[in-house]
Design a binder for this molecule. Structure first.
Ligand code: AMP
Length: 287
């Protein structure tokens, strides 16, 4: 497994594969790797010849009051996991290479509408930071396929839209959410949860599943489902940023006739923000 810090060194390492036309797979991460990340690498192993994983805690996507400083950084353990997972190249870019003039002075990528709602509304600037750094990383790595988790469903759509609009020559593949046995979606931020919060956290996924089942059965409308879910989450001790039913393709509110939906939630448990979602396909269109 090669470890490189510079884009130029990465290009040298990837040159033989490019020359041969071997497909290159890319998994961008912020490190503190768990089985969710490994699922992306597993998909890359199946789909491509050579796997590049980046670890970069991107300062540009964190707000001034967010957790950039305390975000878990576990490089040595991450490298062990990457070796075991069959990673070929690890790219560890430095902040100075990606942002030579500082994040505040970089050319930024703003994806309209889809990046402005939901998490975009509660975390202003977050998707600007994500779209900008993913665009840069795709331009440096130039992979054939890049892998993203459905856990961050809005991010997946924002990246897909950015790549389509800017004609970035890459295919985006999505990978289903990996969960603990109790249903909690794996996330680096779960490390912030206290023992008591960790016990309570799986209720987010349970509430999403209950909402999905109620919608699928046709017993309840989207508004009823959203209202009941938000109430029960508050009763369980969560603070709710949003719990909402949307059209899966573009995150607009569903209109009559829509069948492919996604229920998305962002909640706080103490100082930890958790996001999760479930997809559903209705047998009958929403009324
Ligand atoms: P992060 O390191 O949190 O920025 O995540 C890097 C990639 O891993 C993103 O594409 C995430 O959507 C994906 N990811 C994070 N958690 C999970 C999970 N539990 N299951 C599947 N993919 C995940």
């Amino acid at each position: 497994m090669e470890i490189v810090h510079e884009g130029s060194a990465l290009n040298e390492v990837l040159a033989p594969a490019r020359l041969k036309g071997d497909p290159i797979g890319f998994v961008p991460t912020m490190g503190n790797l768990h089985d969710g990340h490994l699922a992306l690498i597993g998909a890359a192993r199946e789909g491509t010849h050579l796997r590049v994983v980046s670890i970069f805690v991107n300062p540009f996507q964190f707000g001034p009051d967010e957790d950039f400083q305390r975000y878990p950084r576990t490089l040595e353990a991450d490298l062990d996991r990457l070796r075991e997972a069959g990673t070929d190249v690890v790219f560890l870019p430095r902040v100075e290479e990606l942002y030579p003039q500082g994040p505040e002075n970089v050319t930024r990528v703003d994806v309209p509408v889809i990046a402005e709602i939901l998490c975009g509304e509660f975390r202003p600037g977050f998707f600007r930071g994500v779209a900008t750094v993913v665009c840069m990383l795709l331009n440096i790595v130039r992979p054939d396929v890049a892998y993203f988790g459905e856990k961050d469903y809005q991010q997946l759509l924002v990246v897909g839209r950015m790549v389509a609009d800017l004609k970035v020559p890459v295919r985006i593949e999505s990978v289903p959410t990996v969960r603990d046995g109790n249903g909690l979606a794996l996330s680096s931020r779960n490390a912030y949860l206290s023992a008591r919060e960790r016990e309570r956290a799986p209720r987010l996924y349970q509430t999403l599943c209950r909402a999905r089942d109620a919608l699928a059965s046709g017993r309840e409308s989207c508004q009823e489902v959203e209202h009941a879910a938000a109430q029960s989450l508050v009763a369980d001790g969560f603070r709710v940023d949003y719990f909402t039913v949307r059209r899966a393709s573009d995150l607009n509110p569903p209109t009559p006739g829509d069948l492919e939906l996604v229920i998305l939630a962002a909640v706080w448990l103490g100082r930890t923000r958790l996001i999760d979602n479930v997809r559903l396909r209705l047998a009958l269109p929403v009324a």
